[in-house]
Design a protein around this ligand. Structure first.
Ligand code: 3HC
Ligand code: NAI
Length: 693
C-alpha cells in the first residue's frame, strides 16, 4: 500500500497518510500529499479535502533520517504552499501528535479539527533546528508572537484544548475523528465558509522589545545552543518582513542549522535514546518478568529517589531501612521533594498524596516476600551488600529480581553471595535519582537474559534512559570520569586552578566544572573511595593528595559551606584564596614548577582521557556500542547534547587528531596514563571514527 492514498466520501476528498510508525514526511509522503491535493482539485465532484492519518498519530514531522542526505523534491515548504493555495477548502484532522512538519502541514490547511487527546508542537529546536516549512511564519500569525516564541523555542507540545484557546485548532472532535472531520468539511462546504489562509494574517509584537526580552529570558537555560536563538530570529521575520521574505529568511536559517554540527549532534541524541534500549544479543520478543511491586533497601539519598521513580509510575514500593528514624528521615525528604513540586504548580496535591500512599515504609524483610524486584541502595560496602543479598535470597520469592545500585562494587561478587546469580543484576541510578534520566543496568556474568530484558523495560517504563553495561570498576560512567578527575588533579599541581578548569568545562557546555560538581556531591564520597583504592593508585596519584588535605580540614563541599570553593547561606560560590594557596604550596612541596596551562590543554586532557577510556571500554565489551557510552554521558553526566556525547564528539574532532594529542600527552604526562587504546589507534590510522568502524 502506498504511503498516501486519495479516496472520496460523497463530495469530500480524503487524503490518507499511512507511513508507520509516526507518519513522518518522507519524500514519498510529501509527493503523495501533493498528488492527493492535485487529484482533489482535478475532480469536479470534490468540494473540500480532509487530511487524515492512520496509526497512532497525525504526521509527527519531517523524516529525521533524511536530514543528513541531499534533499529530494518536492520540498515541504512548496507542498504546504500548494495546499494553502487550494481554492477548495483543506481540513486537517489531527489525532495523536501533530509535530514539526506535521503541524506545518496542518497550519497550511484552511481549517483544523482535532481529537480531544491530540497534541501539537514544533519540536525542531530539540534537534538543533527550527521549523523549516513555514512554522516560524505561520504560527505567530495565527497564535500570536508570545505563544509562537514559547512553543517554538521550548519545542514542547501543547494540548488540543489549549490550542483551541489560542486559535490553532478550530474544532475539537466529539466521537470518531474521521466522522467528525467529514461532517465539519461538509458544513464548511454548505455554509460556504470563507477560506482562511494563515499566511495572509498579520503577526504583531506585544511590546517593542519583545524579542530581545525573550532572548534574555532564555540566555541561561539555553546556554551554548544555537538553534533557540535562531528560532527567535526567524519569528522576528514574521513581524518585520512580508510572508515571502520571511519564508526565505526561515529557509536560510534552517539550512544553516541543518548543516551545522550542533544539529548533527542533537539528531544523533534523538536516535541514541531510542537505540540504547535495543540491546545487542537480546531477542526483541523475549518474554520479560512481570514487575508489579518493588522493594527498595535503604531510605537514604538514593533509595528515596528510586522509590519516587517507581511511585511516579504508579508502581507500589516497599521501602526498608534499619531503624524507624532512618525511615522517617527518608520519607521526610521524599515528602519535601514532592511538596516543592506541588508548590511550583507542577504536580497536583492529590497526585502527590497518591504517590506517597504507594510508598509503604517497613523495618521488616518479611514485607519483601511478595515483591517482584528489589533494588538495594544500602552503604557502599561489600560486606554489607553480601549480608543483605544473603537475606534477600532467603526471603524473596523465586524469580524475584535482586538488583544492586552499587556505584563501583563487583556485581558478580554480590551475585555469588546468593544461590541465584541468574536473578542478580546491577541497576545503577544517578543522583538525584528522581531527576537524572540515566540508568546503567549492569549485566553480571550469570545474569539471565530475561532479567536483562526486564530491567531495560522497567527502566523505560519509569522514564529513564536505560543502558546495558558490563561489570568493571565504576562501570562506564564513573570509570571514564575517574580518568578526567585524575588529569584535572594533575593539572592543578602543574599550574591550573579549580576556577580555570571549571570554566573550561562549563564553557564546553557541561552544567558545571569538576570541582563545583565535587563540592555539590560531597567531597567525602570521593575521599572515601580514594582511601579504599589507595593501594591501587600510582605513586603520582597517591602524592596528588589535594583532596585529602581539603577533606582533612573538614571541608566536604557545599554541605559544610566550603570545599574547593566557599559557599554562603544561599550556596553562592566564591573562589577561596586559602585553597589557591594550598595548591601553590602543594606544587612547591612536590618540586613542580608551575606553568601556564592553556584552556585548550585543559579541554583536551579532560575529554581525551575519557574518550581513550571509552575506547578501552568498547574493546573490552563493557559497552557494546559507542552509542551506549554517549547515552551514559548525555543522560547521567550532563554532557552537552549539542556535542552528541563523548564518542560522537570524538568523531567530530577526528580520531587522528585525538590520537596525536594522546601521544603528545604520553610524552608530557607518562605512558601509564596516556597510552592510546589499540582500538582508537587502529581507527585513527584507518581514517575511521567510532561510528564508522
Ligand atoms: N523521523 C524519523 N523517524 C522517527 C521520527 C521522525 N520524525 N519520529 C519518530 N521516529 C521513529 C523513532 O526513531 C522510532 O524508531 P525505532 O522504532 O526504529 O526506534 C519510532 O519512530 C517510534 O518513535 P518513538 O519510540 O519516539 O515513539 P513514541 O510513540 O514514544 O513517540 C513521537 C512518538 C512523539 C512522535 C516521537 O517519536 C517524537 O517526538 N518524534 C520526533 C518528532 C519531531 O521531532 N518532529 C520534528 C521533526 S523536524 C521537522 O519536522 C522539520 C520541519 O520543520 C521541516
Ligand atoms: P546513604 O547513606 O544516603 O543511604 C544508605 C541507607 O541505607 C541509609 O539510610 C542506611 O540506614 C541504610 N542501610 C544501611 N545498611 C542497611 C541494611 N543492612 N539494611 C537496610 N538499610 C540499610 O547512601 P546513598 O548515597 O543513598 O548510597 C546508597 C548506595 O547507592 C551505595 O551503594 C552508593 O554507592 C550508591 N550510589 C550512590 C550515589 C550517590 O550519589 N549518593 C549515586 C549512585 C549510586
Amino acid at each position: 500500500m502506498s504511503e498516501v492514498t486519495f479516496s472520496k466520501e460523497g463530495n469530500i476528498g480524503i487524503i490518507f497518510v499511512n507511513n508507520p510508525p509516526v507518519n513522518a514526511l518522507s519524500q514519498a509522503v510529501r509527493a503523495g500529499l501533493q498528488s492527493g491535493v492535485e487529484q482533489g482539485l482535478a475532480d469536479n465532484d470534490v468540494e473540500a479535502m480532509v487530511i487524515l492519518c492512520g496509526g497512532s498519530t497525525f504526521i509527527a514531522g519531517a523524516d529525521i533520517r533524511e536530514f543528513g542526505k541531499p534533499s529530494q523534491p518536492p520540498a515541504l515548504p512548496d507542498v504546504v504552499y500548494f495546499m494553502e493555495d487550494s481554492p477548495k477548502p483543506m481540513i486537517a484532522a489531527i489525532h495523536g501528535t501533530a509535530l514539526g512538519g506535521g503541524l506545518e502541514v496542518a497550519l497550511s490547511c484552511h481549517f483544523r479539527i482535532a481529537a480531544p487527546t491530540a497534541k501539537v508542537g514544533l519540536p525542531e529546536v530539540k534537534l538543533g533546528l527550527l521549523p523549516g516549512a513555514g512554522g516560524t511564519q505561520r504560527l505567530p500569525r495565527i497564535a500570536g508572537v508570545k505563544a509562537a516564541l514559547e512553543m517554538i523555542v521550548s519545542g514542547d507540545p501543547i494540548s488540543a484544548q489549549k490550542t483551541k484557546t489560542i486559535g490553532i485548532i478550530d474544532e475539537i472532535a466529539e466521537g470518531d475523528l474521521k466522522t467528525a472531520a467529514l461532517a465539519y468539511a461538509k458544513r464548511i462546504v454548505t455554509e460556504k465558509t470563507p477560506l482562511r489562509k494563515v499566511r495572509e494574517m498579520a503577526a504583531k509584537v506585544d511590546s517593542p522589545t519583545q524579542f530581545e526580552d525573550f532572548a534574555k529570558s532564555i540566555a541561561r537555560s539555553k546556554r551554548g545552543f544555537i538553534a533557540p536563538f535562531k528560532c527567535i530570529e526567524a519569528i522576528r521575520a514574521s513581524v518585520e518582513m512580508s510572508f515571502d521574505e520571511g519564508m526565505k529568511q526561515e529557509r536560510t536559517l534552517f539550512e544553516g542549522l541543518r548543516q551545522g554540527t550542533q544539529s548533527g549532534a542533537q539528531r544523533h541524541v534523538f536516535f541514541a535514546e531510542r537505540e540504547v534500549v535495543k540491546v545487542p544479543g537480546l531477542p526483541k520478543d523475549l518474554a520479560t518478568r512481570d514487575i508489579k511491586i518493588v522493594g527498595i533497601l535503604g531510605a537514604g539519598t538514593m533509595g528515596g529517589g528510586i522509590a519516587m521513580c517507581f511511585a511516579n509510575a504508579g508502581i507500589p514500593v516497599r521501602l526498608l531501612d534499619m531503624k524507624q528514624e532512618f525511615i522517617d528521615r527518608g520519607l521526610g525528604v521524599i515528602r519535601k521533594n514532592y511538596s516543592n513540586t506541588v508548590a511550583k504548580g507542577r504536580l497536583a496535591q492529590e497526585d502527590m498524596d497518591q504517590r506517597m500512599a504507594l510508598i509503604m515504609p517497613t523495618l521488616s524483610y518479611e514485607d519483601l516476600k511478595d515483591v517482584d524486584l528489589v533494588i538495594e541502595a544500602v552503604f557502599e560496602d561489600m560486606a554489607v551488600k553480601k549480608e543483605v543479598f544473603g537475606k534477600l535470597e532467603k526471603i524473596c520469592k523465586p524469580g524475584a529480581i535482586l538488583a544492586s545500585n552499587t556505584s563501583y562494587l563487583n556485581i558478580d561478587d554480590i551475585a555469588a553471595a546468593t544461590g541465584r546469580p541468574q536473578d542478580v543484576v546491577g541497576m545503577h541510578f544517578f543522583s538525584p535519582a528522581n531527576v537524572m534520566r540515566l540508568l546503567e543496568n549492569v549485566r553480571g556474568a550469570k545474569t539471565a537474559d530475561d532479567v536483562k530484558a526486564t530491567v531495560m523495560k522497567i527502566g523505560k517504563k519509569i522514564g529513564k534512559v536505560p543502558v546495558m553495561v558490563g561489570v568493571c570498576d565504576g562501570f562506564v560512567g564513573n570509570r571514564m570520569l575517574g580518568k578526567r578527575s585524575r588529569e584535572c588533579g594533575f593539572m592543578l599541581e602543574e599550574g591550573a586552578l579549580p576556577t580555570q578548569i571549571d570554566k573550561v568545562i562549563f564553557d564546553f557546555g557541561f552544567p558545571m566544572g569538576p570541582y563545583a560538581m565535587s563540592d555539590m556531591a560531597g567531597l567525602d564520597v570521593g575521599w572515601r573511595n580514594r582511601k579504599a583504592k589507595f593501594n591501587e593508585l600510582t605513586k603520582r596519584e597517591q602524592d596528588n593528595n589535594l583532596l585529602d588535605k581539603i577533606c582533612e580540614m573538614g571541608r566536604y563541599g557545599q554541605k559544610t559551606g566550603a570545599g574547593f570553593y566557599k559557599y554562603d547561606d544561599k550556596r553562592n560560590t566564591t573562589p577561596d584564596p586559602l585553597i589557591e594557596e594550598l595548591i601553590l604550596q602543594h606544587s612547591k612541596d612536590r618540586g613542580i614548577v608551575r606553568r601556564v596551562i592553556t584552556d585548550q590543554e585543559i579541554l583536551e586532557r579532560a575529554l581525551y582521557s575519557m574518550i581513550n577510556e571509552g575506547a578501552k571500554i568498547l574493546e573490552e565489551g563493557i559497552a557494546a556500542r559507542p552509542v551506549d557510552i554517549d547515552a551514559v554521558y548525555l543522560y547521567g553526566y550532563g554532557f552537552p547534547a549539542y556535542h552528541g556525547g563523548p564518542m560522537f564528539y570524538a568523531d567530530t574532532v577526528g580520531l587522528k587528531n585525538i590520537y596525536e594529542a594522546i601521544l603528545k600527552y604520553k610524552d608530557l604526562v607518562g605512558a601509564e596514563y596516556w597510552t592510546p587504546s589499540p582500538l582508537l589507534e587502529k581507527l585513527a590510522k584507518e581514517g575511521k571514527g567510532f561510528y564508522s568502524m
